[in-house]
Design a protein around this ligand. Structure first.
Ligand code: PRX
Length: 678
């Protein structure tokens, strides 16, 4: 059944540090006293004997137009269906239902990057008005209806959740593309999802500069047109309403300034659509092991129930909390834990436009102090960058976090301790949440009031999640086995993706084929979910995530496919072959390093290396910038012609190349080593 993939020496998992067992930390009694979940009975309630009905507890946090008839439908494995027969609307749950008690409460705090601009506080009432008016525009001016797709290429401003919620209100499927992705990458996603409309913004601030973002929309349109699926319209929000802030002209007949036509819809209200629990809420593209990013498709009832439940019990969000997740809404973390989960719980959610260390590393703590943030959620990359600035900075500010989250990459125990001691002032409880775009919400984490924290370990499966580690042969590695294997989840859960847009077979082959026990079975026990991460299952039941075991590199918590990077390099005329390997980086965790061989007649030069590097940035975005571009005489290859990335990875990291005698061209290894190591 299982084909060999672990360990492949060029994967992230094999580059992971081999940690020793760490000491544990207990949560503060003051935290436990106020926690949403302090009843240890939860583990029994969510144990296998009560599965799947246990998830009723999460679904009951929502308001349903029609209650569901069947909790879990397993008739078409592994396309599980949750809360079947139920009807609800995600926008109603995140906005309308809070008006009666909390219309005057801040739903969003938008923090512009320029400090002198001041923070905008948007109440639930105002959010409701703005969402309704924009939904009316989408419906009337764009003719959008239930089931249509729209692509969003929006930066971190309040208009992004407003746009998402307006789509959800209408039953329109939104597909937000990270604003740092290039116009080309966005255009490919417009075409793949056959989006009718592209929604963007003219400009936004990043690192002190007002960036021209509209030019990305032009490139996206061109790309989508080239792929024979251009959107009908391009809607452009203005960063400063009433003023166009981009040097790129608007295209007549195609581009529309939202803020110019919005006044026409003043006072308009749109009834939320009654959506089926199993209707799709949004698409989120992510990288896999092929060159083509895949659109992960998330449903309405299961997804919203799962992110609401985990926001309440793992993030410990209470309605009176001020919650700040410093991720970008362009990633799944932002969808689940800036927008849908927190707003469903009527929290106040912070949206920060810019760079955490701009204009200095005190910025996050000034924001926390000003807003009274008490729950703080971020990534190891941001923590490493803030740590560089020193211990003195957080101390200067009078903020207090009761709870902090780290997500997106493995965190080094030393960095975890700094986060806990310096940022959390030793008071905050810390959860290290392991999950993925595909999983909708958290899979492994400690339950903050009920378990000790262990630096570098995510923790056990959440209540209702039953993880397991298999070796390559499909043999289960028990707790304390001391060996790394492939982490899988044995059971379905409501947050799991519904499918891959336009390619359901790819969902089966990527995530379920590997350890499926019986293809014909309708019993979920035969269909473990294969996550693609290496992990160690410790004696105490905690999982340490080691990193990707496939052709994916996690750069600063963002997934990039090696094939995507290599295809971008191959668009450069002179390049014959390209191979990408992950190398450790002090701040970003991992960064890509690129090896290229040139076509005959071309010579290596720094200018050419620069040109190749720029091609990656243009095709994908600045996060794809390689640490180095090594132009080498030839690639190390097997006799069958396969590039041996493992050998290149060993050279990049100064490791041992291992046996190279079976290569077709063993001599080239020494030449490459000289180029790289000097
Ligand atoms: O390798 C794991 C890593 O990020 C991957 C998922 O990336 P993405 O779909 O972009 O979602 C990121 C936000 C959930 C995983 O396969 N990862 C995520 N969280 C952790 C992690 N690695 C270690 N520890 C974590 N807490």
């Amino acid at each position: 059944m299982a084909k060999k993939t672990v360990p492949n020496d060029s994967t992230e998992a094999s580059l992971a540090v081999h940690w020793k067992e760490e000491e544990v930390y207990a949560p503060a009694t003051s935290f436990i006293a106020q926690a949403n979940l302090a009843d240890p009975g939860v583990f029994d309630r969510f144990s296998e004997k009560n599965f799947p009905e246990c998830y009723k507890e999460y679904a009951d946090l929502l308001t349903w137009y029609k209650y569901w008839e069947k909790t879990l439908d397993t008739s078409n494995p592994p396309f599980w269906k949750w809360f079947v027969g139920g009807e609800l609307n995600a926008c109603y749950n995140c906005v309308d239902r809070h008006l009666a008690q909390n219309r005057n409460k801040a739903a969003l705090h938008f923090v512009p990057e320029p400090e002198q601009e001041g923070i905008q506080h948007i109440t639930y009432q105002e959010l409701w008005v703005r969402v309704n008016e924009f939904a009316a525009l989408l419906q009337d001016f764009c003719g959008l209806k239930r089931g249509d797709r729209v692509t969003l290429h929006l930066p971190m401003t309040a208009e992004l959740p407003i746009t998402m919620l307006a789509c959800a209100r209408l039953g329109v499927i939104h597909s937000q593309v990270f604003s740092g992705f290039s116009g080309q990458a966005c255009g490919e996603r417009v075409a793949d999802s056959t989006s009718r409309v592209l929604i963007t913004m003219d400009a936004y601030y990043r690192g002190g500069t007002l960036l021209d973002h509209k030019k990305g929309a032009d490139l996206a349109y061109e790309k989508a047109q080239e792929l024979k699926a251009p959107p009908e319209k391009v809607l452009v929000w203005q960063r400063y309403p009433g003023k166009y802030s981009s040097p790129t002209p608007m295209v007549k007949g195609r581009d529309v300034a939202v803020n110019e036509i919005l006044p026409k819809y003043r006072g308009h209200r749109v009834e939320p659509e009654r959506m089926k629990s199993t209707d799709t809420l949004f698409l989120m593209y992510t990288s896999g092991s092929t060159g083509k990013p895949k659109a992960i498709q998330h449903g309405t009832g299961g997804y919203l129930a799962y992110v609401t439940g985990t926001s309440k019990y793992i993030q410990d969000i209470h309605p009176e909390d001020v919650y700040w997740c410093m991720a970008d809404i362009g990633w799944i973390t932002g969808h689940s834990y800036i927008v849908y989960g927190p707003l469903a719980l009527c929290a106040s959610s912070v949206i920060y436009e810019g760079v955490p260390t701009y204009p200095d590393a005190g910025r996050p703590w000034r924001i926390a102090e000003e807003l009274g943030v008490n729950i703080f959620h971020t990534s190891p990359t941001a923590i490493r960058a803030l740590r560089r600035a020193g211990d003195d900075i957080p101390k200067k500010y009078n903020y207090h976090f009761k709870h902090m989250t780290t997500v997106g990459e493995p965190i080094e125990p030393e960095v975890w301790r700094w986060f806990h001691r310096v940022v959390g002032k030793g008071e905050a409880v810390v959860v290290d949440t392991w999950w993925q775009t595909e999983t909708g919400g958290f899979l492994c984490s400690t339950v903050p009031a009920l378990m000790s924290m262990k630096p570098g370990s995510a923790g056990p499966g959440l209540p209702g999640i039953y993880p397991v580690v298999y070796d390559d042969e499909g043999i289960e590695l028990p707790a304390g086995a001391g060996k790394a294997g492939n982490i899988c989840i044995r059971n379905p859960w409501p947050g799991l993706m519904q499918s891959i847009w336009g390619d359901p077979d790819r969902m089966v082959s990527t995530y379920f084929q590997r350890y499926c026990k019986n293809k014909n079975s309708k019993d979920w026990r035969d269909w473990p979910y294969f996550a693609g991460d290496g992990a160690v299952f410790a004696q105490d039941g905690y999982f340490r995530i080691l990193g990707r075991i496939d052709d994916v590199i996690n750069v600063a918590g963002h997934r990039l496919g090696t094939k995507e990077l290599e295809s971008a390099a191959l668009t450069v005329e002179e390049v014959a072959e390209a191979a990408v390997v992950p190398v450790p980086d002090e701040v970003k965790g991992r960064v890509p390093e690129l090896y290229v061989a040139l076509k005959p007649g071309h010579k290596a030069s720094p200018a050419l290396a620069e040109k190749i590097s720029k091609a990656l940035v243009a095709h994908i975005g600045p996060i794809a910038k390689p640490k180095h571009v090594w132009i080498v005489p030839d690639m190390p290859k097997t006799r069958s012609g396969k590039i041996m990335r493992r050998v290149l990875a060993a050279i990049s990291t100064g490791g041992i190349t291992g046996d190279i005698t079976t290569l077709a061209n063993p001599d080239v290894v020494e030449l490459i080593r000289k180029t790289v190591q000097g």
